[in-house]
Design a protein around this ligand. Structure first.
Ligand code: NAP
Length: 476
């Protein structure tokens, strides 16, 4: 692979071998950008700023439309890339590509709808005979830093709205998943995006990421990743706009009147899709005591039926986590929970980077599998005696991305909607639910700002006010 700067593919001064997280086989040679190369990418994005800002809405929409078409044509190739670089089971990778196409489709629509509003200036004395209106202007250069877990769709949530709103981008994808970002650059060049509007630079977060974050010409950082890195970025960003989409230990409440059988497969998917490496992965489940035994029994049975193996295999549900270090950490956290009194019903071991899907019961809330983000195939199920108690447990967290509640009690559901301290409440669904146009983001240490194309466009534009004085005597 080569760096993508100013519309050209460039050899980097250094490179590194990219290995499959599943079996360690080398899948690509990836460039490692130096500070000087990142600097050139920012130069190119800065030069392209005016051309992008001047591009009419229909032309920005058309580039995104063409990208959608190209992705449709090459969707299987895209899924294979994601599966290889991230060890994402191929069926799950195909789902990600389908979502990515949706995301760019929404971006193409929003490109044509970006507008301000007119203001009733005469609502204030002294405002008579004036027309006030707002416009949304692009910020200029946007630095996008993305994680490994949805390497194509989370890039789309940054690149899509940035193009739709006439910005330019310097993209730094996660070191483990650069291939889908370079693939996107190839498609966008073919789709007619002007040179310099998208630049892709790979290399370590500390060097490449830091250089982007600290450059004054970059007007906004849009970051998705871990809270530790996100908070560091925030502290170094000065006056830049910053949106942070960070982690979570997402939770679900199951009420006593729910048909367990009808929800259990969906809950298992929420807990173990992509090995639990999803920011809204279902990590904590609080089940009413009246249905607890039945829920646990059916959940464990469905978990044990999951197919573990090679991500390229069509039958695989669960494969390797992103690194062996993460597999070790996840198993250590499970041991800690057991030592604090939790019961392990299944899983709990690993084979290399593959961690068995693990279900823990009666978990002490102070242990890491409860209060931190596991980001692995581990779920805990605790017993509660009321929705109210469930809400207290869900809120007892540093994080607040999304939460879910299954109940047939409208009052309980509305109570939960009002009291849960999260960015999104899913009633009669798992917290893992997301479609790509809804506002998405967290409170507490789950971040600041919202994605979901329309909402990201607001973050990526500056509101400008224009007032026209229609009084014939201009002094009035
Ligand atoms: P990560 O380690 O924080 O890395 C995210 C990105 O930041 C990578 O591109 C990384 O580069 C870069 N980076 C690392 N250190 C940096 C620094 N000092 N300055 C600037 N950039 C730096 O996260 P991850 O392990 O890839 O992803 C998992 C995390 O993302 C989880 O916490 C998950 O919950 C969160 N996430 C949140 C959402 C959401 O929408 N809320 C969605 C998905 C994931 P390198 O790869 O080179 O280190």
């Amino acid at each position: 692979m080569k760096l993508y700067i100013d519309g050209s593919w460039e050899e980097a001064h250094d490179s590194v071998q990219l290995a499959s997280p599943y079996d360690g086989r080398v899948i690509a040679e990836v460039p490692v950008a130096s500070e000087a190369e990142v600097e050139r990418a920012i130069d190119a994005a800065t030069r392209a700023r005016k051309a992008m800002a001047a591009m009419p809405a229909h032309a920005r929409g058309a580039v995104l439309d063409r990208l959608v078409q190209l992705l449709e044509e090459r969707k299987e190739e895209a899924a294979q890339l994601i599966s290889a670089e991230a060890a994402k089971p191929i069926r799950t990778a195909r789902e990600e590509v389908a979502r990515t196409i949706q995301t760019y489709r929404f971006a193409a629509q929003e490109a044509r709808q970006l507008h301000g509003e007119t203001l009733p200036m005469d609502a204030a004395p002294g405002g008579e005979n004036r027309i006030g209106y707002t416009v949304r202007e692009p910020l200029g250069v946007i630095g996008a830093i993305t994680p490994f877990n949805f390497p194509m769709n989370l890039v789309a949530h940054k690149v899509g709205p940035a193009i739709a709103s006439g910005n330019t981008i310097v993209l730094k994808p996660a070191s483990q998943t650069p291939l889908s970002a370079y693939f996107l650059a190839e498609l966008l060049a073919e789709a007619g995006l002007p040179a310099g509007a998208l630049n892709v630079v790979t290399g370590s977060g500390k060097v490449v990421g830091d250089r982007i974050v600290q450059d004054d010409r970059v007007k906004m950082i849009t970051f998705t990743g871990s809270p530790e890195v996100g908070i560091g970025i925030r502290n170094k960003s000065g006056l830049k706009k910053v949106t942070l989409e960070l982690g979570s230990n997402s939770a679900l409440i199951v009420d006593k009147d729910v048909s367990v059988e009808s929800i259990v497969n969906r809950c298992v998917k929420g807990a173990f899709a992509f090995q639990g490496q999803v920011c809204i992965s279902l990590q904590r489940i609080y089940v009413h005591e009246e249905v607890y035994e039945s829920f646990v029994e059916q959940f464990v049975k469905a978990t044990q039926a999951l197919q573990i193996g090679d991500p390229a295999n069509e039958a695989t549900d669960v494969s390797a986590v992103i690194s062996e270090g993460d597999a070790t950490r996840v198993v250590d956290w499970v041991r800690e929970a057991e030592q604090s009194g939790a019961t392990m019903t299944c899983g709990g071991n690993r084979d290399g980077s593959v961690v068995q899907p693990t279900v823990l019961l009666n978990v002490d809330p102070k242990t890491k599998v409860s209060c931190q983000e596991v980001f692995g195939p581990v779920v805990m199920i605790n017993r509660v005696s009321s929705i109210e108690e469930g809400i207290e447990h869900v809120n007892d967290s540093r994080f607040g991305l999304q939460a879910g509640i299954y109940t047939n009690d409208i009052h309980g559901a509305m109570d939960a909607a009002a009291k849960l301290e999260v960015g999104g409440v899913m009633i009669n669904d798992i917290p893992t639910f997301r479609v790509d146009h809804m506002p998405y983001g967290g409170v507490k240490e789950s971040g600041t700002g919202r994605e979901g194309i329309k909402y990201a466009l607001e973050e990526m534009t500056e509101l400008k006010l224009v007032v026209i004085n229609r009084n014939r005597e201009g002094g009035k």
